[in-house]
Write a new protein. Structure first.
Length: 374
């Protein structure tokens, strides 16, 4: 005998709110209704015939009572098991499922996030901010669903503003949230990268063709490691100022040298980042004296950015006021579909200006942008 096929009709899933969460009560109510409607008569009769010793005739009322008890026990066990497992309701047809694809229409199981307080499941794209069951605040973005990439931005300037505001808020995750991670890793062309460089080296950050999900994930983490390291380098350079190692090894052989060096980080510069203000954007030609738009440089720009596999790529120059100086960054920003993301803190512009690896993510200079250029 085949098992039941679960269906859903409007109004059947009592307790399920518009935010799309799937609670144990909701699953239990749905299953109770579905299983009672479909199984009560046929399963109850079959269970009685198989597991009771009562005669087939003359005990109608007792037979019906035992059948009801058996059916109720079956339904409750199934409902509780379903509710406590990976139950989900298809957003397309309303069918209840425990498999990765809907058994009725074939829709893929949506990504879910769990309330950290009570475990109630919500769709990863839910608008809910707090759990409706226990009031715990849900994790704020796609990272809660096991993804690093956010929803993207309407403009390239918005992506860079998110990145700089993360620096202002001392929120490293907000800075990384401006990036396309999964999308970039899936579209990244190692072939075009190697074609441009005409070489292969184990020092290249991303160098394995993303031919399956495993290698796409590997490249994703390689990309994150590369960008994280560049931001880390710039942060170190900013905090230490003139004491920054600039890629050199600093000997700490003398007694007390380690403590003395570490005290250099406690100089108040980190707190100054909270005063970052007046973010503004400038054209690459403004800082390269028109060289960025030269035909040869544009050809190189197209080759350099083709590796991202994006629909459109731009270089931006962003500045912000910081204390008595200017903070500058020159990232590469890409559009995938209708959404913009950062893909790298470095760019053709930063290469043209000779910005070293310790200042790629951002740099600080006294005065305004013209002072920085000089």
């Amino acid at each position: 005998m085949t098992g039941p096929v679960l269906h859903h009709r409007p109004g059947a899933l009592h307790g399920r709110e518009s935010a799309g969460r799937i609670t144990p009560d909701a699953c239990r109510n749905m299953l109770l209704e579905q299983l009672f409607n479909r199984l009560f008569v046929s399963y109850a009769e079959g269970l009685y015939d198989r597991y009771t010793l009562l005669p087939e005739r003359g005990t109608g009322m007792i037979r019906k009572f035992i059948a009801c008890c058996l059916a109720l026990a079956l339904v409750l066990c199934c409902a509780c098991s379903f509710a406590e497992g990976d139950a989900w309701v298809c957003p397309e047809c309303g069918n209840g499922n425990t498999t990765n694809f809907c058994t009725k229409c074939g829709t893929k199981k949506p990504d879910m996030i769990a309330c950290p307080g009570c475990g109630t499941q919500y769709p990863a794209d839910t608008d809910a901010v707090f759990c409706g069951e226990c009031g715990t605040k849900l994790l704020p973005d796609a990272r809660a669903a096991g993804r690093y990439e956010g929803e993207g931005f309407d403009t390239p300037e918005e992506a860079v503003t998110c990145y700089l505001n993360g620096l202002k808020n001392l929120d490293f995750e907000q800075m990384l949230g401006a990036y396309a991670w999964e999308t970039q890793a899936a579209h990244y062309s190692v072939e075009l990268y190697l074609e441009r460089l005409k070489s292969y080296s184990p020092t290249y950050s991303v160098r394995i063709p993303p031919i399956n999900d495993f290698l796409i994930s590997a490249n994703l983490h390689a990309l994150r490691a590369q960008e994280t390291r560049l931001i880390y380098n710039s942060l170190e350079t900013f905090l230490l100022g003139e004491d920054a190692p600039q890629g050199m090894v600093i000997a700490l052989n003398e007694d007390g040298a380690v403590a003395e060096f570490l005290e250099k980080f406690d100089n108040g510069r980190l707190e100054k980042l909270s005063g970052l203000a007046n973010i503004a954007f400038h054209s690459p030609d403004e800082v390269t004296e028109g060289r960025f738009s030269m035909e040869r440089n544009q050809e190189n720009f197209m080759k350099q950015t083709a590796v991202y596999g994006a629909d459109e790529v731009v270089n931006l120059v962003a500045t912000a006021d910081l204390a008595d100086g200017t903070l500058v960054c020159m990232p590469t920003v890409a559009r995938y579909g209708g959404r913009w993301y950062m893909v790298s803190v470095s760019s053709m512009v930063s290469m043209m200006l000779g910005i070293d690896m310790n200042n790629q993510a951002f740099m600080f200079a006294e005065g305004d942008l013209p002072d920085f250029m000089h």
